[in-house]
Design a protein around this ligand. Structure first.
Ligand code: FES
Length: 349
């Protein structure tokens, strides 16, 4: 198919939306409720565009591209509609951006800046929900929720957990667990996918609170050390300290997803109980040793066992946290150097 966007003729494939084609061709269209891989709901309407021959503006994230479509993404009518949507959203928003954890990384804030919305022209009711600090991972402040429902959809469609849905109707509509209980009393597994999807400060990482603004941190891509899947992470570092961890959105194998350990289980890095040097047990207690001394000791013990009982008296178990190359080297050491096939991997059980 061919469609025209802002005067440019663009190729479009069956099943692509106007937003897909526009982005593939370098045209900017803002989004709030859209998230790649989720069913588009067209809930926020910030992505509206003008389509020739259509009376109303069209939500580009859910409008299929059709042959011969003529689209404009940046007319005054489109920008006025987007401005009005942001004004509606901020009319019941706390606007505490000075202290909000999301400042600098907030889509609503960025849109208000981009569209020149300094305050809402509408004055009305505001939410007055208590902020939920009751679990160790996620702060839930539904006074800031814009009901884009990305959190609900990632929980249901991506993670398959279905811990949250919307409750009530109209202005009182709210994202909640069944019977509005705390997350820890629901079937939430604290993967934090909802936090990563939230475009505003309604869901934030509890452990990141006060540790640094988005512009103060740098992202370092790495591989999760917890299991053999090899999920791709981004460490958000302020100096050398981890402020939070997010999943790499477009990287295999996890494609933007993480489990509770990968996302929130990094405190051990700073544990004072962590071993930083080899320890050798002597007379019932441990003493610090150099790596050379510790490895020599292990090698000599292996030699002693082999001499007394043969190589099959030794077995090796590799760790699921090790990378493939380390596991390969481990089996090579046991087979070629020690002379036994007694090898196993802890993830096999
Ligand atoms: Fe299209 Fe929300 S991003 S309607």
């Amino acid at each position: 198919m061919k469609i025209t966007i802002n005067g440019k003729i663009c190729e479009a494939a069956e099943g692509q939306t106007v937003l897909d084609v526009a982005r593939a061709n370098g045209f900017y269209i803002p989004t709030l409720c859209y998230l790649s891989g989720l069913t588009p709901t067209g809930a926020c309407r910030i992505c509206v565009v003008e389509v020739e021959g259509m009376r109303n503006l069209v939500a580009s994230c859910s409008a299929p591209a059709t042959e011969g479509m003529v689209v404009r993404t940046d007319t005054e009518r489109v920008l006025a509609a987007r401005r009005f949507i942001v004004e509606l959203l901020v009319s019941c928003h706390p606007l505490d951006c000075m202290t909000c954890e999301k400042t600098g990384d907030c889509t609503l804030q960025n849109l208000a800046y981009e569209l020149g919305v300094t305050a809402s022209t509408m004055v009305g009711e505001k939410y007055d929900y208590p902020v939920d600090y009751s679990n160790p991972f996620i702060v839930r402040d539904y006074n800031k929720c814009i009901l884009c429902l990305k959190c609900v959809r990632v929980c249901n469609e991506i993670q398959g957990i279905e811990a949250i849905k919307t409750i009530q109707r109209g202005f009182d509509t709210k994202v909640a667990t069944a019977y509005d209980t705390p997350l820890q009393e629901s079937n939430c597994v604290f993967c934090g996918q909802c936090v990563q999807a939230c475009p505003v400060g309604a869901l934030t990482e509890r452990k990141a609170k006060g540790l640094g603004r988005a512009w103060e941190t740098r992202k370092v891509r790495t591989t999760c050390p917890y299991c053999g899947v090899g999920c791709q992470l981004e460490l958000h570092l302020k100096g050398e300290q981890i402020v939070k961890i997010t999943a790499v959105e477009d990287g295999a194998p996890n494609k933007g997803r993480l489990c509770v350990k990968g996302r929130f289980g990094y405190d051990f890095i700073y544990s004072e109980d962590r071993l930083t040097t080899p320890l050798i047990r002597e007379n019932g207690s441990f003493r610090e040793a150099s790596w050379n001394e510790a490895l020599d000791l292990v090698a000599n013990k292996f030699k002693q066992i082999i001499a007394e009982s043969g190589p099959d008296a030794i077995a090796g178990v590799s760790c699921a946290r090790s990378i493939n190359e380390d596991s390969y080297q481990m089996q090579k050491l046991f087979r070629a150097v020690i002379g036994t096939n007694n090898i196993d991997h802890c993830a096999r059980t």
